[in-house]
Design a protein around this ligand. Structure first.
Ligand code: B12
Ligand code: SF4
Length: 455
């Protein structure tokens, strides 16, 4: 669900302004819908992630500016937070970029547009001034989230999202930012290692209201690290049980956070509906984890895995391979740990991604110093392939190995299927001895095996 647009749209309130959210994934003709609302529009706001979402955002922005050149266009979200000035330098049709949390900033901007007042004192923005110079205002410090808890889901057609997801699953964000410092992640750069969250009482009351209204059966928490404070999580779980809210939920946990929780804590979460965790392992090599400043230890990962296995909580343990100069030893360790975790429980999975030099991360900055070239402008960033390819530091041979390993690992330990079972046994042997030739399993499995999704 478009949580960013819901957040900034809801912060405008529902008395003074009319908020129209247009989502190209739901609306078959978004430009037509935009055109319909243009004559009465105060401004056009776009949420933009790095990579191909930029292409889409540029297309709509250019179409809008052609039709109504005076309409202010505001870009917010992760890409303009990472590239506040470059985005404006490259694209004349964007007037303002917003950095970090957008609720208060967007409200101040919309008020200024509607009152025709100056935007020069609005924090957390970058804009082109009357002299055509790009000005970067001071940043806005993170605002406590309780002020923004009242997200108005009626701004979107919730049923259409349920339909698209194929389940009555509500997306929800209960915290912003992260205290940690992983050197492959953009969060420390954008939120300066700060964190804020909705308090348990306010959150569960809101969930109760949303549950009654939309009758969702699953809650997908999109927080970077939902388990930041054990006491908060346990209080929320307790209140969900107390109010008899009968939905399942999924969230992200760090292994160190899980390792500090007792088995009873996990049990309480499970009782309140916890169905799935996402615990980033990133590497099977402790040395590599330390280099990544992940600040977790492998025994913490295994402790979380053991408890989840016992309680029947499914877990996604994502890994990354192909860091600059990653050693053979480190890659072998990742293969070993991924195998071990997969074999523990059929509901455990270990997606393996290829490292991409994400903007705003320490590793990328260091790689640039040694000659690595990032995309040079917004257009080039729009072609940046985040998901599909193998990344700059993975050889063709390594890539071919991992593609096979990933396939057979999934097949080997997925929930047992009587038809597939003999092939699963063969796959286990294949993973053990890394023998991947003469594959007929791949064809067969495509009939029975659904691609794994992250959410
Ligand atoms: C849900 C999610 C997804 C979903 C859907 C994404 C989508 N398009 O909606 C899926 C699973 C598809 C996905 C995929 C990927 N994702 Co993702 N994802 C998220 C996640 C967990 C939640 C996003 C969310 O809804 N947040 C809640 C809203 C309220 O927060 P927000 O978006 O930051 O919005 C606030 C501000 O940014 C600002 N704002 C945002 N938009 C606007 C617009 C205006 C006009 C204004 C004024 C302000 C404003 O105000 C909002 C309220 O404060 C975030 C992490 C996170 N917690 O944010 C990662 C995150 C966005 N994903 C990320 C990445 C790297 C990926 C992948 C590359 C992962 C991968 N390897 O496969 C892919 C591909 C992304 C792509 N380029 O297409 C990075 C983004 C980095 C970047 N530079 O863009 C994040 C930040 C995770 C991280 N820490 O690295 N992702
Ligand atoms: S990877 Fe997760 S824990 Fe690490 S800094 Fe990013 S959001 Fe925080």
């Amino acid at each position: 669900m478009p949580l960013a647009l819901l957040a900034i749209g809801s912060a405008l309130g529902n008395t003074k302004y009319e908020v129209i959210i247009v989502d190209g994934r739901i609306d078959d003709s978004p430009i037509e819908t935009l055109k319909k609302h243009l004559p009465e529009a105060i401004c056009f706001g776009v949420t933009v992630l790095t990579g191909s979402p930029i292409k889409d955002a540029l297309e709509k922005t250019n179409a809008i500016k052609q039709l109504q050149p005076d309409l202010p266009v505001v870009w917010g979200g992760w890409h303009p937070s990472l590239f506040p000035t470059q985005t404006l330098e490259d694209e004349r049709n964007i007037d303002i970029t917003v950095q970090g949390q957008g609720e208060q900033t967007f409200k101040e901007l919309v008020d200024a547009f509607s009152n025709k007042s100056s935007i020069e004192n609005i924090k957390g923005i970058c804009y082109r001034n009357a002299e055509n110079k790009i000005v970067k205002n001071p940043p806005r410090t993170i605002t406590a989230m309780d002020a923004f808890a009242n997200v108005n889901y009626d701004l979107i057609d919730v049923e259409k999202y349920f339909e698209k997801k194929g389940q009555r699953q509500l997306d929800y964000i209960s915290s912003t930012g992260c205290y940690f410092r992983c050197s492959f992640c953009a969060d420390p750069f954008v939120y300066n290692r700060k964190w804020t969250a909705i308090s348990p009482e306010i959150m569960v009351n809101k969930l109760k209201e949303l549950h009654k209204k939309y009758e969702f059966t699953d809650l997908n928490l999109q927080d970077e690290t939902y388990f930041t404070y054990r006491d908060r999580v346990i209080e929320i779980a307790g209140k969900i049980i107390e109010k008899n809210l009968t939905f399942s939920w999924a969230a992200t946990m760090r292994a160190d956070q899980g390792a500090r929780m007792t088995k009873e804590d996990f049990e309480k979460c499970k009782k309140s509906g916890l169905r799935r965790l996402l615990i980033g392992v990133e590497s099977g090599s402790q040395e590599m984890m330390d280099w990544l400043k992940k600040d977790i230890k492998l025994p913490q990962v295994y402790r979380c895995a053991a408890i989840c296995k016992e309680l029947g909580i499914s877990v996604i343990f994502p890994f990354i391979v192909g860091f600059p100069n990653e050693s053979k030893k480190s890659i072998e360790a990742t293969v070993r740990v991924a195998k071990k975790l997969n074999a523990m429980h059929p509901d455990f999975s270990t997606p393996i991604f290829y490292f991409k030099p994400y903007p705003g991360t320490k590793i990328t900055l260091d790689a640039e110093k040694t000659g690595f070239q990032l995309p040079k402008n917004t257009q080039e960033w729009s072609h940046f392939d985040y998901v599909g390819s193998k990344g700059p530091w993975v050889s063709d041979k390594k890539y071919a190995f991992f593609e096979k390993f990933k396939f057979y690992l999934k097949l080997a330990y997925t929930k047992q299927n009587p038809v597939l079972f003999p092939f699963q046994l063969v796959s286990r042997l294949r993973c053990k001895y890394h023998f991947y030739s003469f594959s007929i399993e791949k064809k067969l499995a495509s009939v029975f095996f659904k691609e794994q999704e992250l959410s």
